[in-house]
Write a protein that binds this ligand. Structure first.
Ligand code: FAD
Length: 410
């Protein structure tokens, strides 16, 4: 049998983070392969469904550098303010793009449109081989390479690589086969997601409202719609999914309040189980985990992909630098540099997201009172608000070149 073909980098998973990394590495001089069960454009790929995503300002910069942003133009709605409040309490806080000197704090885009923009010309990218339908089945790590076995188009195929990147999502088989320990919190919640037509215009404001039935985000979309992401306890899920459209819009409106006027119409509802999962390490010999494979977050702060694309931008930079210096891309130096660089951001965002879920999910009266006070106090603390805004915009800490609108490699 002939020797298996060799790639410098193999990315297992062509979802949002895997596809972004493929784009970021195109033209770097590295020979890259992506393994993905769903062919580009397949409507069944779960990551690219009808959900709306809030993309941070920094994420938009990275996508612009990857050549995708202009393709999203007709689908993108800016977020110029974020308004945070709690049902039944006066306290609220607001963040404004003007105060941060930017045109938007972030943007809302349907996941399906983002998928189309990322995957459109993916098969023609310089140095990137896109293998699908293909699935990674097993791998063995050696001192000099990783040997992979995949099923590609119904046939077994073997390839070797210097570096295996696990972008295979929250149920990552790479993470599991390596027995990388994880911290997992099952929130016993689902996100109920749908688009809502409201009587009043959203004025590009994103609302985060903490209600007694769970946190609700209303994200401003094109066509005067808002995307509702409502995280509800599992014991309320069936009731909300089984309600008629009319009853559901009335229930959602009652919890959200009157800031957008009447909820006139709601689109198809979908439900997503919610958990937090963090791999204790995102690297192992000749392996790096990125995106949901390394950290799966509650959507309360809309940070999951925003964090994952920063993994991508840093990894692309580290690998690009290693290539220029003639360093083995799967060796210890690039992996160590990646892990050090990403650790702080990953830990901080995961902890902040989990704290929000815990604090705003607590029904005790003193905690509720403290929350209201906290929101009002925050609204009067410009420096704290500025730091919060920079974090939410994905502009905190040591930024990779792609997030500073510079190419990841020459
Ligand atoms: C309700 C909800 C709302 C959200 N809202 C936001 C938001 O507003 N902003 C935000 O930034 N994030 C948000 N997120 C998070 C965001 O959706 C995820 O962070 C993102 O989808 C993760 O992408 P990924 O590519 O890492 O993983 P996935 O999307 O899970 O992709 C993994 C890929 O790997 C492939 N795969 C699996 N197994 C194998 C295998 N053995 N071999 C090869 N390939 C394999 C799969 O087919 C898939 O394409 C939200 C999430 C939810 C649930």
């Amino acid at each position: 049998m002939s020797d298996p073909e060799f790639h410098d980098v193999v990315i297992a998973g062509g979802g949002m983070t895997g596809a972004s990394l493929a784009r970021a590495l195109a033209g770097s001089g590295l020979r890259v392969a992506v393994i993905e069960p769903f062919p580009p454009g397949d409507p069944g790929q779960p990551g690219f469904d009808d959900r709306a995503l809030a993309l941070a300002f920094g994420t938009a910069r990275i996508l612009n550098n990857l050549g995708c942003w202009s393709r999203l133009r007709d689908e993108v709605n800016p977020i110029t303010s974020i308004h945070v409040s709690e049902q039944g309490h006066f306290g609220f806080t607001r963040l404004h793009a003007d105060n941060e000197g930017v045109e938007a704090l972030g943007y809302v885009v349907p996941a399906r449109a983002l998928g189309q923009a990322l995957l459109r010309d993916i098969r023609g990218l310089d140095g990137v081989e896109w293998l699908s339908p293909a699935r990674l089945q097993r791998f063995d790590t050696f001192r000099t390479h990783v040997a992979l076995t995949l099923e590609h188009d119904g046939k077994a195929r073997r390839i070797n690589t210097a570096l295996l990147v696990g972008a295979d999502g929250g149920r990552s088989i790479i993470r599991e086969r390596l027995n990388i320990p994880t911290r997992r919190t099952d929130y016993a919640q689902h996100a109920v997601v749908c688009n809502v037509q409201t009587r009043q215009p959203h004025h590009n404001i994103a609302y985060e409202r903490f209600t007694d039935a769970g946190p609700m985000a209303m994200l401003p979309m094109t066509g005067q719609r808002s995307a509702l992401v409502w995280s509800v306890r599992d014991d309320r899920l069936d009731e909300l999914l089984n309600q008629s459209d009319r009853d559901f819009t009335a229930t959602a409106e009652r919890h959200f309040g009157q800031r957008l006027g009447r909820f006139e119409q709601a689109g198809k509802r979908s439900a997503h189980p919610l958990e937090m999962l963090r791999a204790e390490t995102s690297t192992a010999p000749r392996v790096v985990l990125i995106g949901n494979a390394a950290h799966t977050l509650h959507p309360i702060a809309g940070q999951g992909f925003n964090l994952g694309i920063r993994d991508v931008a840093v990894l692309a930079e580290v690998l690009g630098d290693a290539t220029r210096q003639g360093i083995d891309p799967g060796g210890e130096q690039p992996r160590g540099r990646y892990a050090n660089w990403r650790q702080r951001d990953q830990r901080w965002v995961a902890r902040a997201t989990d704290s929000l879920v815990q604090i705003f999910g607590n029904p005790l009266a003193p905690i509720r009172a403290a929350r209201g006070f906290g929101l009002t106090a925050l609204d009067n603390l410009p420096t704290a608000k500025h730091l919060l805004a920079r974090g939410a915009m994905g502009l905190a800490g040591h930024l990779p070149r792609l997030a500073r609108e510079e190419p990841a490699h020459d």
